[in-house]
Design a protein. Structure first.
Length: 133
């Protein structure tokens, strides 16, 4: 009887934890490494993408879109909002500046806006929770 009761308690405890994680917006994992030079971004998808490597040349003020399928220049709808495919695992914008990247999460991220300091030697990693090692 104790074993049955313990199994029931564990079952309901696990269900509660899963439900809480879904309520907090837990999304499918992705992990992208970024190396930034003064005029380019080198991206390598470690996990969760349909692409492996991307490279962008940029000038100050350029904004790019990254998603599960790839990346490119940001396009806008007639109302001025960012145009992006909404049924993908993740979508976000990335705006490089002087060894800093500002990002805006659009889909599949647990962050709305964040920024990271980058390096032209050691990669930094972006994931659905923000920045990781």
């Amino acid at each position: 009887m104790k074993v049955l009761l313990s199994a029931i308690i564990i079952l309901f405890s696990a269900t509660t934890i899963i439900a809480q994680e879904e309520d907090k917006g837990m999304k499918i994992e992705f992990k992208i490494s970024v190396i930034q030079t003064p005029d380019s971004l080198l991206l390598n998808c470690e996990e969760g993408c349909n692409w492996q490597k991307l490279a962008f040349s940029y000038q100050e003020g350029d904004i790019f879109m990254l998603d599960q399928k790839g990346g490119g220049a940001v396009s806008y709808n007639k109302d001025g909002t960012i145009n992006y495919e909404k049924d993908l695992k993740f979508s976000f914008t990335i705006q490089p500046a002087n060894m800093l990247i500002e990002m805006q999460g659009l889909e599949g991220t647990n962050w709305v806006k964040t920024s990271i300091t980058t390096s032209n030697v050691n990669p930094v990693f972006i994931d659905n929770y923000g920045v990781s090692n």
